[in-house]
Design a protein around this ligand. Structure first.
Ligand code: SF4
Length: 228
């Protein structure tokens, strides 16, 4: 069961900060590659790796002229380099063959259903990566659930059953107010990085601790999570 009241609780808390997240302003293909590289690494390492790639290659098409291990080596510092380099190469090949050039602008005329279907058919592009791209890059009403978002939603108790991010994604999306997807996602990402961290969350300084299942009933939460 999805607790709509807890989604409202999160939205109200983030509204009270007065911070309005800003969409990144970069070409769609850059944003997609950044999304792939950013998984499981820090913003700093991701940014410096992206900068290095942009300096090294005149266009993303040039990546297709090198071997996959070479690309893996270039992004090695961000972790999962074999997986990420394969995903990037598969994405670039798909873009080139679908749009006849290294540009994704035309994807904007597709409906979201088609975009999800096509993107997740690319080897290495999962639901999470596709939904982040659609939410942030295409600015559509899709609420991505990555590891930070998943962790916070479970801890707060938006969904009381411990389940994987893809299932949470499908469960909670119908409950996110239209137009609030990016706002909530962007705030949760920051909250997950600095307050509700995977280990040693800073519960005592968290604005949501009053109604957070994890904080109020820590042991019960852990038991329930691992029994489910
Ligand atoms: S109270 Fe603790 S566990 Fe709950 S959301 Fe805040 S930091 Fe996370």
């Amino acid at each position: 069961m999805v607790r709509q009241d807890k989604i409202s609780y999160l939205l109200t808390g983030f509204h009270c900060t007065g911070i309005e997240p800003i969409y990144p302003d970069e070409p769609l293909i850059d944003l997609f590659i950044r999304t792939i590289i950013s998984q499981g690494t820090t913003d700093e390492l991701c940014d410096s790796t992206m900068n290095n790639l942009q300096l090294k290659f005149n266009s993303w098409e040039d990546i297709l002229t090198i071997e996959q291990p070479e690309l893996a080596n270039m992004i090695n510092v961000c972790g999962l380099s074999n997986q990420k380099s394969n995903s990037i190469i598969n994405l670039l090949n798909w873009v080139k063959s679908t749009f006849n050039k290294m540009d994704m602008k035309k994807i904007q005329i597709w409906n979201s259903e088609r975009i999800f279907k096509e993107l997740t058919s690319i080897q290495g592009i999962d639901l999470k990566t596709a939904s982040i791209f659609i939410c942030i890059g295409l600015r559509r009403d899709v609420f991505p659930v990555d590891i930070h978002v998943h962790r916070i939603l479970i801890r707060i108790g938006v969904n009381s059953i411990y389940t994987n991010p893809d299932k949470i994604y499908k469960l909670v999306n119908p409950f996110i107010p239209v137009g609030k997807e990016f706002f909530l996602y962007a705030h949760l990402i920051e909250h997950g990085k600095f307050i509700c961290k995977s280990s040693n969350p800073k519960c005592n300084s968290c604005m949501f601790n009053e109604h957070c299942d994890y904080f109020i009933k820590k042991n019960e939460w852990v038991t329930r999570a691992f029994e489910a």
